[in-house]
Design a protein around this ligand. Structure first.
Ligand code: KG4
Ligand code: ZN
Length: 361
């Protein structure tokens, strides 16, 4: 005989009343992010009621990179206290929530499972629907949280630790990948190059900071794969070029900054060339830049300047919403819940997940 308590059918989740707040949970890698957002189509950013983030950077620093098992365990520790903090910030109780969104992939499987299990269980207990969000859709929609949000169609440059992608966004949920990374992603190239030059983890932002002191033109590296047609990226060769230049230099502090500057210019220039091509190929005049590398100051300045010159508009999330955060997951989840989409009651994550396989929202 099955235990009566567990054989009872579970209630069908009620769909969110439009305007009810959605809890968003991000736990795909080394940041635990929680946010609460009430979906408002015309001004999504104004619906953001709270967001809280805990970065695991210190936890992984001794190892020089993210240790997946430690990441999962820390998400377990931090997730519910952060959710409590976000509810307090918003002046809400769990009973006020109309739905729960969590990152279901891509990412580290153990880390994803923490957010998915907690999110799913919370939704079940509250009798509200839950939705698993694609992490890159979250990044891609993050600029919608700002004033004067972009409207599809647009081209999105998604540059994070795991991805360098150019995506044609015809509508929310209708994505076509125009170009992808063949090896290291842009953020990964920043991190690995920083490590080669002796900078502490996490290297990307440190390398970018160092580059600000570098002299223009002191080192020039190649712009990979720009000498042939196509929109794919490859940054692993650039990393080797930088290593050789650094090893054969005087290794002074000024040289370290000069090399960092040369590397950053090569990445930014390459991304700019490919963005221009993608806009031309799609006949689009709006460019969204998102993901952790979107926080890079040179990239933001160069793309904005190119937009003014060429006549396309650029949209960036604020710096805090370029890197991983709960707000972008609450937003993407709220849009899909408002469209009537939700998951069944099993806990499912997708460490690898094709952005193009998502349904229209
Ligand atoms: O989107 P994100 O927080 O996590 C992933 O989904 O991967 O991106 C993290 C990546 C890291 O590789 C980090 O080095 C890079 O973004 N990043 C930067 C900057 N800030 C973060 N890269 C260059 N310049 C920055 N200012
Ligand atoms: Zn990310």
């Amino acid at each position: 005989m099955p235990d009566e308590q567990f054989s009872k059918p579970t209630p069908t989740p009620r769909l969110p009343v439009i305007g009810k707040p959605v809890l968003g949970i991000e736990s795909s890698c080394d940041e635990t992010g929680v946010a609460i957002l009430r979906w408002q189509p015309e001004a999504p950013g104004q619906g953001l009621l709270a967001h809280a983030l805990y970065s695991q950077v210190k936890l992984h620093a001794d190892y020089g990179g993210v240790v997946p098992e430690l990441a999962s365990r820390d998400h377990v520790r931090k997730l519910l206290p952060l959710a409590r903090e976000a509810l307090k910030q918003a002046g809400l109780t769990p009973a006020d929530l109309g739905g729960v969104a969590y990152t279901a992939g891509p990412g580290l499987v153990g880390a994803l499972l923490v957010g998915a299990a907690a999110g799913r269980a919370l939704a079940w207990a509250l009798g509200v629907p839950a939705i698993g969000v694609h992490h890159m859709e979250g990044h891609l929609l993050a600029p919608l949280l700002e004033d004067d949000p972009p409207k599809p169609p647009f081209v999105a440059l998604l540059v994070s630790g795991g991805h360098s992608m150019l995506v044609e966004v015809k509508a929310i949920g209708e994505y076509r990948i125009l170009g992808d990374t063949l090896d290291d992603a842009a953020g990964e190239a920043f991190d690995k190059t920083a490590k080669l030059m002796g900078l502490p983890y996490p290297g990307g932002p440190a390398l970018a900071k160092l580059a600000e002191q570098g002299r223009p033109g002191a080192f020039r590296f190649s712009r990979p794969m720009t000498d042939r047609p196509g929109l794919d990226f490859s940054f692993s060769g650039l990393k080797t070029q930088v290593l050789l230049a650094w090893q054969h230099s005087d290794q002074s502090e000024q040289t370290r900054a000069d090399v960092a500057r040369g590397f950053e210019e090569a990445i930014v220039d390459t991304l700019l060339i490919k963005c221009r091509r993608a806009l031309q190929a799609t006949g689009t005049h709006s460019l969204v830049i998102a993901g952790g590398v979107g926080a890079n100051r040179r990239l933001r300045a160069e793309l904005a300047a190119a937009g003014e010159k060429d006549g396309f508009r650029t949209y960036f999330p604020r710096l805090a919403f370029c890197t991983d955060n709960g707000a972008m997951i609450a937003l993407a989840g709220a849009i899909r819940l408002a469209a009537g989409q939700h998951q069944d009651e099993s806990v499912q994550v997708h460490p690898r997940w094709d952005l193009q396989s998502l349904p229209a929202a």
